[in-house]
Design a binder for this molecule. Structure first.
Ligand code: URP
Ligand code: ZN
Ligand code: ZN
Length: 482
């Protein structure tokens, strides 16, 4: 057998185990894994390195206008380059519907925007307007195109779809084998806090953290799980930021719920003290749900170890610290006028590797699962996320010993800050390849704009997830079927 590339003498790390060996790549796919593989047009020495499935970033806002109309700083070119420097070989940003827009129109917009990607990509839809047209034609057509996941919001006035809207979406997603993702925060609780803080003149960035109470997330997660159970539909809870929210997810999963969840590095690395930095610096750390405290960080790590979370995603939502982003409403805007979100697509995996694997909080195999394998399975990327014959050769070769400090320069994005600036890192991806093509090599970009391809995704994989039946829904179905 002849190979285009052979990666040799590395430690091959997969979600289910690790071994010393070689990988042979032919025609953009993994063709062989063995103790020793000879030949190869190119041979890459991975001695002392970890050979991992390339990261899949399943939560990123790229070339996306926020509901308030602010465009992210990264487009598909810069966002994908930044992702690749951080060890990712594919990503799934959002294609956001604003009210009144058809799904067809949304997808045409993002199809035009995504052409410059250097890594493979798909989209999750964001649905803010579940009209009859959207539910009966737009969404089924998108699912049929392989866009098999969508996100809904329980917060933000311009995005919140309400419980009835969510049930309608869960139902159409279930019928089509698609997965609903949810941003779970109780909108009215947040608005109630906002009004009271405003009455008291408490509008500096630090008040953002208390304007969105832990209880608002916990209530919404509980409700979202209940709605999904009623509709007998799978649900993915994004950016879980609280111990209470994680405990709800854990309990439901242990009961067999069709439930998936993620958390993000910012909830493990930052606290509300970061929002209280001098002047307007705190604006850089505004995201929703907000970053919390050290006790929450420890609890979220425990849940990562216990398997409550399927993935650790970045929620890369890059708004510059200038009048295009965070300060679009002036130099000292009140916190409700500051764009929500922070960058992190390049930081996610080096940070998780360093704080997780190197510090012994998670194993390398868990890292592979949390960074890639689980996302591929849940989001239907059947040729990605695993190192096995027949899979796309999407591979990141990590040097576990490289030491550095996180810098803005290393992010290779369009941002003017990183919230992780100055953090110590051990371990770095040295070679990143998508479908056998090297994208990043020893700090140099080797890819050409537009070499990424759209990935049509399969239905959500619910194997091993029985669901928790709801008596009344079962009775209704039984009676209707009679
Ligand atoms: O603050 C955040 N996370 N902004 C991005 C949009 C979202 O809710 O994920
Ligand atoms: Zn969100
Ligand atoms: Zn997000």
């Amino acid at each position: 057998m002849s190979f285009d590339t052979v990666i040799h003498d590395g430690t091959i790390v997969t979600a289910s185990g690790s071994f010393e060996g070689d990988i042979g790549i032919s025609d953009s796919r993994i063709a062989a894994l063995a103790e020793r593989i000879e030949g190869g047009t190119r041979r890459i020495d991975a001695g002392g390195r970890l050979v991992m499935p390339g990261g899949i970033e399943a939560h990123a806002h790229i070339a996306q206008e926020s509901s308030a109309g602010i465009m992210t700083a990264d487009d598909y070119r810069s966002g994908s380059i930044s992702a690749a420097f951080g060890g990712n070989t594919s990503f799934v940003p959002f294609a956001a519907q604003h009210r009144g827009q058809s799904i067809e129109d949304v997808l045409a917009t993002y199809d035009a925007r995504s052409k410059s990607s250097v890594i493979d990509y798909s989209y999750h839809l964001i649905v803010s307007d579940p009209s009859d047209e959207v539910l009966t034609r737009g969404l089924p057509a998108a699912f049929a195109r392989g866009i098999t996941s969508l996100k809904v919001f329980m917060t933000y006035d311009l995005m919140n779809i309400g419980d009835a809207g969510m049930l309608s979406i869960l139902d159409v997603a279930r019928e089509n084998g698609a997965l609903t993702m949810v941003h779970a925060e109780n909108n009215d609780m947040v608005k109630w806090m906002n009004a009271r803080l405003a009455d008291r003149g408490m509008t500096a960035p630090k008040y953002h953290a208390i304007s969105r109470p832990e209880l608002a997330e916990e209530e919404a997660i509980n409700r979202a799980i209940s709605l999904a159970r009623l509709a007998d539909a799978p649900l993915f809870i994004v950016h879980v930021s609280t111990e209470g929210g994680a405990a709800l997810v854990q309990k439901a999963r242990l009961g067999g719920a069709k439930l998936f969840a993620e958390t993000c590095p910012q909830y493990l690395a930052l606290t509300r003290d970061d929002l209280d930095r001098p002047g307007m610096e705190g604006a850089k750390y505004i995201c929703s749900p907000p970053v919390r405290d050290h006790e929450t960080q420890e609890a979220l790590w425990r849940h990562i170890r216990a398997g409550t979370f399927d993935s650790v995603s970045s929620d890369h939502a890059p708004y510059r610290f200038d009048d295009t982003g965070k300060l679009v409403h002036g130099t000292e805007p009140p916190y409700p006028k500051i764009a929500n979100g922070m960058p992190g697509i390049s930081a996610r995996l080096p940070w998780l590797f360093s704080e997780g694997v190197i510090k012994g909080r998670i194993t390398p195999e868990q890292f592979a699962a949390l960074s890639s394998t689980n996302a591929a399975r849940i989001f239907g990327m059947s040729r990605k996320g695993r190192l096995a014959p027949g899979m796309d050769a999407d591979i990141a070769i990590w040097n576990p010993e490289t030491r550095r400090k996180m810098t803005l320069e290393d992010q290779h994005d369009n941002m003017d800050y990183t919230p992780f600036e100055g953090m110590d890192l051990t371990g770095a991806p040295e070679i990143v390849m998508t479908r056998g093509e090297v994208v990043v090599e020893h700090g140099k970009l080797r890819a050409t704009e537009g070499q990424g391809r759209f990935v049509a995704r399969d239905r959500v994989d619910l194997s091993g997830v029985p669901g928790i039946p709801v008596k009344e829904t079962a009775l209704m179905h039984a009676e209707a079927g009679r």
